[in-house]
Write a protein that binds this ligand. Structure first.
Ligand code: FAD
Length: 400
């Protein structure tokens, strides 16, 4: 184990998991720098974790049954069919996933970060530089500190990646995700929709994925994501990565989502967008990229700082947690930081690339070049999905 002083930039999923990994991997002193000053737990909506990936991450001590989850079993694909409330069922595919509410999941991960880790909330890192056998970190408070290694867990606009792999820029995929979540009690005739069903409400040029998540207090929230191209007058600076937090969505973008809900989705699924209050709705433009390396000198990248795959992969949070398991393994078996970071890069760079490729392939089939859904039946859907997910990596690959 190389020991030493480690800085982790970002205290979200990848940051908390990396802090845990560095602690277990024997780092002597760990500091997490997180830009947000309050807790992150009151933000976020839903995410899903494949059962097999959960089992691996549980056995490695990064997820536990104490994190509130809901078990789903199947994906039902619906296409609008006149006034039929749910639409026509195109077909059913397995969906062995647990769903999570991002906030409580992050809260539990944060609680597992050992007390010995210095967690500096409200501290923004402005710049990181390689400095011989160390890395230097400059804070927005004017501080400058040296570390044996810096892990960039600072998301898709990472400052650590800017130092490790300058020139890598997220690329806009040409469409948006409108996301919302609201208390399940608000949903009329909820009994029409079994709790174990994840729904794909598909239409030409996009789809909505809809599932319930735990609310963290014993109840459920309805979570949905609508993928489609924006209207031409969207007014967003989409060439540089951007996101609009809940409550700040423009009227034009809200009206566009409601229009899709009213004209492209069957009534039961379309109503979900109307039941979502403006403060519960936000958009996330779709970007993807992969850094060529997960480690350079004394800098390492984890989670979205290293690669962003489109959410169709069902594996964003899993990828971030798997990065942490790989960091822990590399630190545990290496005797120096260069050795550990070389092993980390070798183990995670191919996995990151594979997920980005899968996200592009699924985005192509589910949004950009959609099949004629109205002509598909169960056999047609199975055949189409096999082609779309050619690698079979939906939900993430196993830890290698
Ligand atoms: C508040 C929040 C809510 C989210 N909700 C969901 C959700 O509901 N569903 C879902 O699928 N995904 C959600 N995500 C994204 C999800 O966490 C990631 O896609 C994935 O889990 C990988 O996480 P990450 O830690 O790599 O990146 P992120 O979760 O994006 O975390 C990056 C962290 O780095 C911090 N940071 C960035 N730059 C700096 C800097 N210069 N100095 C210091 N700190 C910095 C940010 O404040 C942030 O906390 C959310 C992310 C955040 C931050």
């Amino acid at each position: 184990m190389p020991g030493g002083r480690v800085a982790i930039v970002g205290g979200s999923v990848a940051g908390c998991a990396s802090a845990l990994a560095a602690h277990r991997g024997g780092a002597d002193e760990i500091t997490v720098y997180e830009r947000a000053s309050g807790g992150l737990a009151d933000r976020g909506v839903g995410l899903a974790v494949h059962n097999d990936r959960y089992a691996e991450l549980e056995s490695r001590g990064f997820l536990t049954a104490a994190m509130p989850w809901l078990q789903l079993s199947r994906r039902r694909w619906y296409v609008r069919d006149g006034s039929a409330p749910m639409g026509r069922l195109v077909g059913t595919l397995p969906f062995p996933f647990r769903t999570y509410n991002w906030g409580p999941l992050w809260h539990e991960l944060r609680a597992r970060v050992p007390q010995s880790v210095r967690f500096r909330s409200g501290t923004t890192v402005d710049r990181v530089e390689l400095a011989g056998e160390t890395a230097e970190l400059m804070g927005s408070d004017g501080s400058c500190e040296r570390f044996d290694a810096v892990v960039g867990a600072d998301g898709y606009r990472s400052v650590v990646r800017a130092a490790a792999c300058p020139g890598v820029r997220p690329t806009y995929a040409g469409y948006l995700a409108w996301r919302g979540a609201f208390p399940a009690e608000r949903l009329p005739q909820a009994e029409l929709w079994p709790v174990e069903d994840c729904v794909y409400a598909v239409f030409p040029g996009g789809h909505a994925i809809i599932y319930r998540i735990p609310d963290g207090r014993g109840g459920h929230r309805v979570n949905w994501v609508l993928y489609a191209a924006p209207p031409s007058d969207h007014g967003l600076p989409l060439d540089s990565p951007t996101s609009l937090p809940p409550g700040t969505l423009t009227d034009t973008l809200r009206a566009h989502a409601l229009s899709i809900a009213g004209t492209q989705l069957a009534p039961f699924w379309g109503q979900l967008m109307h039941l979502t209050e403006p403060g519960e709705l936000f958009i996330q433009p779709m970007y993807d990229f992969t850094a060529p390396r997960y480690a350079t000198g004394r800098l390492a990248l984890a989670g979205d700082a290293a690669t962003v795959a489109r959410p169709h992969t069902g594996g964003g949070a899993v990828k971030a947690l798997q990065d942490a398991t790989a960091l822990e393994s590399a630190l545990t078996s290496a005797t120096s930081w260069p050795e550990a970071l070389t092993a980390y890069d070798a183990s995670r760079a191919p996995a990151g690339r594979a997920m980005v490729e899968l996200g592009r392939a699924l985005g192509h089939g589910l949004v950009q070049e959609t099949p004629d859904w109205s002509a598909l039946d169960q056999a047609g859907l199975e055949k189409w999905w096999q082609q779309a997910d050619g690698s079979g990596a939906f939900g993430g690959r196993g830890i290698s």
